[in-house]
Design a protein around this ligand. Structure first.
Ligand code: PEP
Ligand code: CO
Length: 444
């Protein structure tokens, strides 16, 4: 393999890149980005690799969750509510299963979307597809769909302000264990899962009070602060390259746009630019693994992205669909295990279960989501490997985008609060419900 450089990906075919009509403007925006401060520090990415190494060893569980496509218009409340749900899920998983939970958001940078078609046609008008707020706008006019390089800069500033708020919440007391009741939003609290959560939070409060009475310091960092790491799909390689910096401590390169970056199902080609770019940065990496992935594909990904077999370096995010998961996943688990590759296996139960409902909405059934997770655990049982985590698309808002759950959202309900810019997300109730279901699987 030729030597890696931050721009060596340019010699390889790069799928899913927008067509930028004004190249000079693009170059100028990328140059400006290259002069801006990094968003994360290399040492934080190393810490995440270390924690994911514990997941690879079967000693911890990964919760990776957040929006499908973040919006530039996200309010502080919406960011806070997404954080609340992630904290709720993590506490349910930790308390019920007794396993430490590594928390990674699809947040503070999840702006770019791969699309199945370059263009969209409505009433005989053909325009470029919407590729996420980092590229263009969802509205269907020529101006809105034009790929605008200024959006790369806006994505950077938006990531920075989101990350700043998350750091304030997670380090400033909001995420302290004493606040568990406060994370339960009203619309969640009234559901069966929300009530189960309230009972758990009360037990936890009692345990904390007991510890205090025994003289244990409950103001310590491990109880009052949370580590929440950021991640997104590393799709726009010019943007990712511009934020890639050499660590002054070690000389190693890090993509400082987020702690963890993943490669999508459509861009995991071993001879493609995305694999070439990511193999050279030291961040922990993810790669989606869909239903067509063969044993050779998966072993090729492991060799390309983690040749030194560092535990925690590589997370494989499977998204096979509820029906075929156990049958398709089991041989992959065995092959990777036999090859001695330390991999974090995570289940994305969302992207293999998307369909268009009779009312015309893109949706997912909550039961299919649960079924894929059960199949994922069953495959790991069969192969003797560790079911390392879940990767879900959610929002803290009270939306109606996925069918079913305790609220029994039906096709005719989808219209009432269908707000996603891309894929259907679990709402706060469905997310907490899911966390209880996963902790039951983790316990058995
Ligand atoms: C995603 O995670 O939003 C996504 C597009 O997934 P995939 O690459 O697995 O289709
Ligand atoms: Co999605």
């Amino acid at each position: 393999m030729d030597q890696w450089r931050p721009d060596s990906w340019k010699a390889f075919p790069a799928g899913q890149q927008p067509h930028w009509p004004d190249e000079a403007e693009l170059d100028q925006a990328l140059k400006t980005l290259g002069d801006l401060p990094p968003l994360v520090f290399a040492g934080e990415a190393d810490q995440l690799t270390e924690q994911l190494g514990r997941v690879a060893n079967g000693e911890a569980f990964l919760l990776q969750a957040g929006d499908c496509a973040e919006s530039f218009d996200s309010s502080a409340d919406s960011i806070r509510d997404r954080l609340k749900v992630i904290l709720q899920m993590a506490i349910v998983l930790t308390y019920s299963s007794g396993v430490p939970v590594v928390k990674v958001g699809r947040i503070a940078g999840q702006f770019a979307k791969p699309r199945s078609s370059n263009t969209e046609t409505v009433d005989d008008v053909e325009l470029p597809s919407f590729r996420g707020h980092i590229v263009n706008e969802p509205g269907f006019t020529e101006g809105q769909r034009r790929a605008n390089p200024q959006r790369l800069l806006q994505a950077y500033h938006n990531s920075a302000s989101t990350l700043n708020l998350l750091r304030a919440f997670t380090k400033g007391g909001y995420a302290a264990l004493s606040e568990v009741h406060a994370w339960n939003q009203e619309f969640v609290a009234s559901s069966p899962a929300g009530q189960r959560y309230t009972a758990l939070a009360t037990e936890l409060d009692n345990a904390l009070r007991f510890m205090e009475a025994c003289g244990i310091d409950t103001a310590s960092q491990s109880v009052s602060q949370v580590d929440l790491y950021t991640s997104h799909e590393a799709l726009l390689l010019g943007f990712e390259q511009a934020l890639t910096r050499q660590d002054s401590r070690t000389g190693n390169w890090y993509d400082c746009s987020a702690h963890m970056l993943w490669i999508g199902e459509r861009t995991r080609d071993l001879d493609g630019a995305h694999v070439e770019f990511l193999r050279g940065v030291q961040n922990p990496l993810g790669c989606k693994v869909g239903p067509t992935a063969t044993v050779e594909d998966v072993l090729g990904i492991c060799e390309a992205l983690n040749p030194d077999r560092v535990p925690g370096r590589l997370t494989l995010i499977t998204r096979m669909g509820a029906e075929d998961i156990t049958e398709r996943l089991t041989p992959l688990l065995k092959a990777v295990d036999d090859a001695g590759h330390p991999v974090v296996w995570v289940c994305d139960p969302m992207h293999g279960n998307t369909f268009t409902s009779p009312s015309g909405r893109k949706t997912r059934r909550f039961d299919d989501v649960l079924a894929e997770i059960s199949g994922f655990f069953a495959a790991h049982d069969a192969a003797g490997t560790w079911a390392g985590g879940v990767h879900v698309e959610l929002t803290g808002d009270d939306v109606t985008e996925c069918l079913g759950g305790a609220q029994e959202i039906a096709d005719e309900d989808l219209d009432s609060r269908y707000e996603t810019m891309c894929d259907p997300r679990l709402n706060g109730r469905q997310s907490v419900d899911l966390a209880f279901a996963v902790s039951d699987l983790l316990r058995t």
